[in-house]
Design a protein. Structure first.
Lengths: 88, 139
């Protein structure tokens, strides 16, 4: 699975959230490709995916989250944990 | 303190536009004259210049209202404003890309129309647009 976070530097809350998400994803997903992309360095790619707000997250080349998801939202999206687990 | 007309001439913005900004809550008078006319101060002039510059960069009035609110919020930092500027750039780049695609599509239609003296019922551009309309139904 390839997870790409588009961000703009300078947001301390984003930095903290990135680290938390990365940790969970790395612990939960085999063959994880984790990329953190400064949107200004990868502007064409961001526009191609339709990124309009920051931070945004693409999973396997598809824009999935247009704001920072919680760890649980990310996990549920890719079936890392089941929705039953979140309900309990 | 200035009347609305004086403010308009100072900022090169029409009276009507200033009234609209006021209706939208972007500026507000600093007081009233003895005759009841609204009066504005230099902060209003500064806000109007801010609004005009932001509009020139593509921000909508709703977005400008947020920028003005950020400007006066203690906990906001430059990064908050920068993020909005980067998001606006993404929107503009997306529009440029979409418009380039439109321009390319038009290039193709124009190139396919080899003879501009044909009667309109044989116009290849109209025929191509009709074919496109059949293949891509309007949502």
């Amino acid at each position: 699975m390839k997870i790409e976070i588009f961000y703009t530097p300078g947001c301390f809350e984003c930095d903290a959230a990135h680290a938390k998400l990365r940790k969970v994803a790395q612990e939960s997903v085999k063959d994880l490709q984790w990329r953190e992309l400064n949107v200004l360095d990868d502007l064409d790619y961001a526009v191609e995916l339709g990124v309009l707000t920051l931070p945004s997250i693409a999973v396997d080349g598809e824009l999935v989250f247009t704001s920072m998801p919680t760890v649980m939202q990310l996990c549920v999206f890719r079936g890392i944990v089941s929705t039953d687990f979140t309900a309990s | 303190m200035f009347t609305i007309s004086k403010l308009a001439s100072l900022t090169s913005v029409s009276n009507d536009t200033l009234r609209y900004y006021e209706q939208e809550g972007l500026i507000e008078p600093a007081g009233k004259s003895a005759a009841g006319y609204r009066l504005y101060d230099t902060d209003s002039a500064r806000r109007i210049r801010f609004i005009r510059h932001a509009q020139n960069c593509g921000f909508t009035l709703a977005e400008i209202r947020e920028l003005l609110a950020l400007r006066s919020r203690d906990k906001a930092c430059c990064g908050d404003v920068r993020t909005r500027a980067v998001e606006k750039k993404l929107q503009i780049e997306g529009k440029i890309r979409a418009m380039k695609a439109m321009s390319k599509a038009l290039d193709q239609l124009i190139a396919e129309c080899a003879n501009e003296k044909q009667p309109v019922n044989e116009c290849t551009i109209i025929a191509a647009l009709e074919r496109a309309a059949v293949s891509t139904p309007v949502q």
